[in-house]
Design a protein around this ligand. Sequence first.
Ligand SMILES: C[S@@+](CC[C@H](N)C(=O)[O-])C[C@H]1O[C@@H](n2cnc3c(N)ncnc32)[C@H](O)[C@@H]1O
Length: 202
Amino acid sequence: MDTAQHWQRTYDTKGVDEVSWYQTDPAVSLRLLTAAGLTPASRVLDVGGGASVLADRLLDAGIGDVTVLDIADSALSAARTRLGERAGAVTWLVRDVLAWNPEPRYDLWHDRAVFHFLTDPADRDRYRRVLAAGLAPGGHVVIGTFAADGPQSCSGLPVARYDADQLAAQFPGFEPIESAREEHHTPWDSVQPFTWLVLRRR
Ligand SMILES: C[S@@+](CC[C@H](N)C(=O)[O-])C[C@H]1O[C@@H](n2cnc3c(N)ncnc32)[C@H](O)[C@@H]1O
């Protein structure tokens, strides 16, 4: 099964509130996006945003330029359905981020639990190339991965785990300006430690 099929099947067979990464309040993301300079004029990209409610909260905050990209159309469909009429205010892109050719237009690149699936160094190189192409000059990255003591897999796939220094080292063209640790509680109340970083492009 390829990556797209894996994720499509995941969202086809589980409710969006039954997946381990489900959260009702993306508080850490919003706090760190704010630390990275989020304003109503910001152009925000949620990479691998799936059916996350982050888009809803960004619209609530008056952010007018929000893009959600995901490899799984079913995840984006669920988010569109939830948002109803407001879905038209978001740009939805069904793409593999590793094969994407973005315009350099995003001020804020948000990634919660996507980069950590890239266990092949060549895929991490691809990701960094796409990030470099898509981020506007002066742009920021807000990224969350499983922490060094976090789970070794997610959604049946192996992950790479990072502490803040290890994650910062993955992005040599960027300066870390804030880090955080989050203990995410899954819908069945197991704890998944996350490492978060805010990075500013040098
Ligand atoms: C663990 S989920 C996190 C979803 C969302 N960021 C959140 O916090 O709720 C990982 C997401 O990344 C998406 N994804 C995985 N690989 C991807 C890729 N190569 N390109 C785009 N999206 C991808 C999956 O479809 C899934 O929605």
